[in-house]
Write a protein that binds this ligand. Sequence first.
Ligand SMILES: [Zn+2]
Length: 205
Amino acid sequence: MRQHIPAEYPAPFLLLIRELRRLPGIGPRSAERIALWLLQSRNADPLRLARTLNEATQLLKNCSLCGFFTTEDLCDICSNPDRKRHPLCVVETAHDIIAIERTGIFHGYYHVLGGKLSPLDGIGPDQLRIDLLLERVKSDHPEELILALSADVEGEATTHYLARLLAETGVSISRIAHGLPAGGGLEHADELTLSRALAGRLFSW
Ligand SMILES: [Zn+2]
């Protein structure tokens, strides 16, 4: 008698599940559910999704100055001269810019570091956009620089590192501090908390 081998999805289906599992927060069961929905639901339009994803990856790039998303060389924020009359705010990710913009109280411009110092993960100053920040501060002479990094150990270490490094430029440096949850990144703060953190920033240097 031949051994019974349980049937499996065909290879292209398994490949789709494998790709979906690479998405953040998606486990094997969710990946399978999403794959089934994409291929079977009348409301799904997987080809449109594929097209949109393809276009987004082709059209979007990082602003050559601040690192935010853009379809041009410079993003809308860096192209707006009014922004430079206000403080320069340093954040870890492009997503943090959106979080701060949604508070509606900050009218300055930004610099995305692309992460925070984390020696254990092999992330040192050279892996972040720190050189570019120093160049920008020296050429723009912002009247104030706000360090809006997360309140965890790496965020604190990065804040201190930058404050020391930028001290030579003579720029006035402050940091957001009040109300941010310890250990939390900006993306976890609600708009009111973030507004208060920006408004009540500490002038530590
Ligand atoms: Zn920009």
